[in-house]
Design a protein around this ligand. Sequence first.
Ligand code: HEM
Length: 219
Amino acid sequence: MTSDTVKVWDGWIRLFHWTIVLIIPAMWWTAENGEMTWHMRLGTVLLALLLFRILWGFFGSSTARFGSFVKGPGAVISYLTGNRREGAAGIGHNPAGGWSVLVLLGVMLAQVGLGLFSGDPYDGATGPLNHIVGAMTAGWMTDWHEIGFNVLLSLIALHIAAILYYLLVKHENLVTPMVTGKREGQAETGGIESASLMRAVVCFAVAAAVPIWIWFVAD
Ligand code: HEM
């Protein structure tokens, strides 16, 4: 690493990000093509990834932590009105982007949560927890599962538009750091504080326990 290059994203955040970028289109494709067994398998993996990301937001490296990028309305307004130094020490998500991360994670989690209860046992596939709710509840959850996908799609479009805006208007490439983990020209900010491999393993084990329990015990 040169003195002008700092690490801004740990490997777990990057692995999480690019895995969801692959999984979400695959989940759409499997649902559209009636491959519901695969749709549910991928949903189970996505649930583990989302739970891992939430735990990593408390126990992970400095730029992964919610505390480093979830700021109050004052900081968001100040950032949006031109005080560009409000970002977490210049690296990580800026105050406006921080809220978009929370919304994206929240909508994905809601989407997976609804999917667990969705479906009609007399007509097609059902989520692994469908049997614990009544038909009416499962019905509205299925409707919201469909609406939720369109909401998620709009948010993803907005997310990509924001990244293109940074690239084309502000001449700031955010994508390369999300691939390599490093950003150039900000050595004075010092880079991230990493979290140990053991922490990542424990967070992942806890996150994976929930979908494993759902799949093998609650189903
Ligand atoms: C399925 C589509 C996508 C979803 C659901 C998604 C979701 C997310 C989430 C949740 C984060 C926050 C990362 C974290 O802190 O955990 C993020 C960040 C980011 N995403 Fe995506 N993303 C998607 C597609 C893309 C694509 C296609 C690109 C680029 C071509 C991209 C580029 C980025 C970048 C550069 C960041 C970091 C932004 C920053 O510097 O604050 N994303 N994305």
